[in-house]
Design a protein around this ligand. Structure first.
Ligand SMILES: Cc1cc2nc3c(=O)[nH]c(=O)nc-3n(C[C@H](O)[C@H](O)[C@H](O)COP(=O)(O)OP(=O)(O)OC[C@H]3O[C@@H](n4cnc5c(N)ncnc54)[C@H](O)[C@@H]3O)c2cc1C
Length: 318
């Protein structure tokens, strides 16, 4: 079996979810060949090398000024050409804004549907099964897709990368594509970065607070601990709704998805809409209520008042 992954580049680096997807694909499709496609105005050897290290056998590259920024038409045209060459059974990308624009368009061109935001992939005989959480993460939809080529995107943060990759340099195939006026009907104008950005996606440690924090000012206690540990703070919707903290800090279904190494959930009950945005290697919950649902989810639970425990923890760490 051959699998093709769209190698999105973000801020001059491989998109952070890509390596997790490669790890998952290598695990599920043992013995299959994994290919990647990188499109852009300048392709960096470091990207292709990194993909090779994580199991990619061959990287198709398309280099053209028209591909400097993501635009649906030239990207779809390039990917369709690469799909024809690679003849994959599965085409996948991280479920970023661009991945979720590109992959369903490719599926439509092939007359099939696309599995979006999958959190697991399994095999049943010859069939590929895509697992997608539904109904606020309280149920799992498992789908098979018709057609020779299957198309899917992953939920961001769903898969962890292999920390000891052992792959070698991949074969590179440069693909030449010419673009005409029809491909470029939509023009890229400018990128305007939001003035205030909270980078929770890349955070290795997050101290998140819920309604149990008790008020706006108490968030300073979380900030102090996060700062000491080189992490970020986050919050539940219960806190952003009442403006204890800005919406950009919200984690969960309507907030950001995060995948830190350590997640400290302080005064958070563990609603599925919050937990659906968290995939942490180590999950620590602090709660006054022994019966709080979050304690079933956490690796470590501390029963007590966060306003006492967090300052103690900080003092101990100092
Ligand atoms: C469509 C939809 C989308 C949603 N999206 C999101 C989302 O993206 N993110 C999100 O977070 N929520 C989301 N929600 C809201 C979600 O359902 C919950 O209401 C919310 O997550 C609860 O927040 P909480 O855990 O802070 O508050 P609560 O459920 O009120 O829990 C507070 C916890 O703090 C504990 N506590 C109280 N005092 C202390 C103390 N001093 N020390 C320690 N523990 C204490 C309590 O025992 C309790 O367990 C969404 C809801 C809907 C309907």
């Amino acid at each position: 079996m051959k699998i093709l992954v769209y190698g999105q580049i973000r801020d001059n680096l491989l998109e952070e979810n890509l390596l997790g997807i490669l790890n998952k694909l290598s695990e599920v499709f043992q013995g299959s060949e994994i290919y990647a496609a990188i499109l852009g105005s300048q392709i960096n050897n470091e990207w292709t090398g990194e993909l090779g290290k994580h199991g990619v056998k061959k990287v198709y590259t398309v280099e053209a000024p028209e591909l400097e920024n993501y635009l649906s038409r030239p990207y779809v045209k390039s990917m369709l050409e690469i799909i024809e060459k690679a003849e994959p059974t599965l085409v996948m990308a991280a479920g970023t804004v661009f991945g979720e624009d590109l992959i369903p368009r490719l599926a439509v061109h092939h007359g099939v549907s696309c599995a979006q935001r999958v959190v697991n992939i399994t095999l049943e005989g010859e069939d590929i099964l895509f697992h997608t959480p539904v109904r606020d993460d309280q149920a799992m939809k498992i789908t098979k897709i018709e057609g020779v080529i299957k198309f899917a995107t992953s939920r961001t943060g769903a898969f962890f990368e292999n920390e000891n990759p052992s792959g070698s340099a991949p074969e590179i195939e440069k693909v030449e594509i010419s673009f005409d006026a029809d491909d470029m009907v939509v023009k890229h104008v400018e990128v305007r970065k939001a003035e205030r950005t909270v980078n929770l996606k890349d955070a290795k440690l997050i101290v998140a607070g819920g309604r149990g924090v008790g008020g706006k000012d108490n968030f300073q206690i979380l900030k102090d601990l996060a700062e000491l540990l080189g992490g970020e703070i986050g919050a539940t919707r219960a806190c952003t709704d009442v403006h204890w903290i800005e919406e950009t800090y919200e984690i969960g279904q309507t907030g950001q998805s995060v995948s830190p190494d350590i997640y400290i959930a302080a005064g958070i009950s563990g609603a599925p809409q919050h937990l659906s945005g968290v995939k942490a290697k180590t999950f620590i919950a602090i709660n006054t209520d022994e019966g709080a649902p979050i304690l079933k989810y956490a690796d470590y639970g501390i029963i007590g008042d966060l306003l006492v425990i967090l300052p103690l923890l900080k003092k101990k760490l100092e």
